[in-house]
Design a protein around this ligand. Structure first.
Ligand code: FAD
Ligand code: PHB
Length: 426
């Protein structure tokens, strides 16, 4: 019988008798990565390429992870990190490079010429495909990923000898390690293991969600369109030359069952602006889901030998297309910190990780919040509406405002590592 799994949240440790009682295996690695989303898989690849061993523990099956439809826009820096990870061959071949993005307002589409304004573009490539590429790269490298790992629990991250336990097929396993990387998303166990008095949380919940539909139909738009309409926000996006991804703002208590395909496409057409609406070809949805919108940051990102990265550490509303891209910059910084730590036997790179990430995270939080404020309907707030109208008119008139938006949308540059290798990615 397993004993109580109560964790001493003050020290991040657990009485060893609690762990050992029903153990069937005990192994060791340098880094245990919790979570096989894009952050965990990419970190695994980057560490492998610099000779650091890691085991990935994921609570779901690989098929389940691949079934989640999420982000679609990659910054140039993200693509370059995937090059470093040796996982970009298909992305480089099939990704769609977009030099501009549209903002729909009062029925018209205004183009922000990303490439012309700031010299960079974005790549449209679905998170599902990216995850598949990273899974394949990991399988090819022969590294260990354990899917369907239940009851993952962290031990001793406050000291020098952390361990992670999990159950699989009814048996308990223990992995001793040097470090734990918490890449287990917003609902994961890693952030939840940190005592409340050791961290500070910043959060803003928006009073609406996004209803998203995926459909197999050639996109009638060649670039994304983010539309501010009096009926609420809409986004025309895509995944490939034969697949569209579209969203409409919905209320927080809305349900997918309330939205037939016909209702969705009618509403989407009303919001997206005439120029696009007239060309919309509808198709049955192959996926339909509602996501709430939230801004969230935990500080710091390092707790002894535990590091948080990706959605485990922060959430942005999807309006700026930053969630996945931030997860990538976090794990890029984390792999550099671990690489330099092992190479130089120094704590400095590890100490710098949190502040280095947070500077980039807060800028992406600001941009995502700004995009969300300018494009969504905030019912009953007449002042906010006037501000939106003024912001958008200014944006369309001012090359400086457009350059500022473009600079953030394509992704701010990565910060060089201060104490170590100064390789700038973007
Ligand atoms: P995740 O992708 O969440 O991966 C975390 C992994 O950890 C998961 O596989 C999970 O199963 C696993 N895990 C959780 N708990 C445990 C545990 N206890 N033990 C072991 N494993 C565990 N971003 C955009 O840019 N555009 C979008 O349109 C967009 N849409 C989104 C829609 C939804 C519903 C969500 C939730 C996010 C969306 N995002 C979007 C954000 C983007 O998908 C995330 O930022 C990105 O997935 C972050 O990657 P991650 O690896 O940090 O976290
Ligand atoms: C998407 O294609 O799913 C997508 C694109 C851009 C966003 C959010 C989502 O800002």
């Amino acid at each position: 019988m397993r004993k109580s799994r109560t964790l001493d949240r003050k020290s991040g440790s657990r009485p060893s008798s609690t762990i050992s009682e029903s153990l069937v295996s005990r192994t060791r690695t340098q880094v245990v990565i919790v979570g096989a989303g894009p952050a965990g898989l990419l970190l695994g690849q980057l560490l492998h390429r610099v000779g650091i061993d890691a085991v990935i523990l994921e609570r779901r099956s690989a098929e389940y992870v691949l079934g989640r439809i999420r982000a679609g826009v990659l910054e140039q820096g993200t693509v370059e990190v995937l090059d470093c990870a040796g996982a970009s061959a298909r992305l480089r071949k099939e990704g769609l490079i977009h030099d501009g993005v549209g903002i729909g307002f009062e029925g018209r589409r205004h183009r922000i010429a990303l490439k012309q304004l700031v010299g960079k573009a974005v790549t449209v490539y679905g998170q599902t495909e990216l995850t598949r590429d990273l899974m394949e790269a990991r399988a090819a490298s022969g590294c260990t990923s354990i899917y369907e790992a239940e009851d993952v629990a962290l031990h001793g991250w406050g000291g020098a000898s952390p361990k992670v336990t999990y159950r699989r097929n009814g048996a308990t396993h223990e992995i001793a390690c040097d470090f734990i990387a918490g890449c287990d998303g917003y609902h994961g166990v890693c952030r939840a293991s940190i005592p409340a008095d050791k961290s500070r949380v910043f959060e803003h919940v928006y009073p609406f969600g996004w209803l998203g539909v995926l459909a197999d139909v050639p996109p009638p738009w060649s670039e994304l369109v983010y539309a501010n309409s009096e009926r609420g926000f809409a986004l025309a996006s895509l995944r490939s030359p034969t697949r569209v991804r579209c969203y409409v703002q919905c209320s927080l208590d809305d349900r997918v069952e309330n939205w037939s395909d016909t209702r969705f496409w009618d509403e989407f057409r009303r919001r997206i602006g005439e120029e696009v609406a007239d060309r919309v070809v509808t198709a049955p949805s192959i996926e339909k889901s509602i996501a709430p919108l939230r801004s969230f940051v935990v500080e710091p990102l390092r707790f002894g030998r535990l590091f948080l990265a990706g959605d485990a550490a922060h959430i942005v509303p999807p309006t700026g297309a930053k969630g996945l891209n931030l997860a990538v910059s976090d794990v890029y910084y984390l792999h550099e910190a671990l690489r330099d730590h092992y190479r130089d036997r120094s704590e400095i790179p590890l100490d710098e990780y949190s502040a280095r990430c947070l500077r980039r995270i807060w800028k992406a939080e600001r941009f995502s919040w700004w995009m969300t404020r300018q494009l969504h309907l905030f019912p009953g707030d007449a002042f906010a509406r006037r501000m939106q109208v003024t912001e958008l008119e200014y944006l369309f008139e001012s090359a400086a405002a457009q350059a500022s938006m473009a600079e953030n949308y394509v992704g701010l540059p990565f910060e060089p590592a201060a104490a170590s290798a100064r390789t700038q990615v973007a």
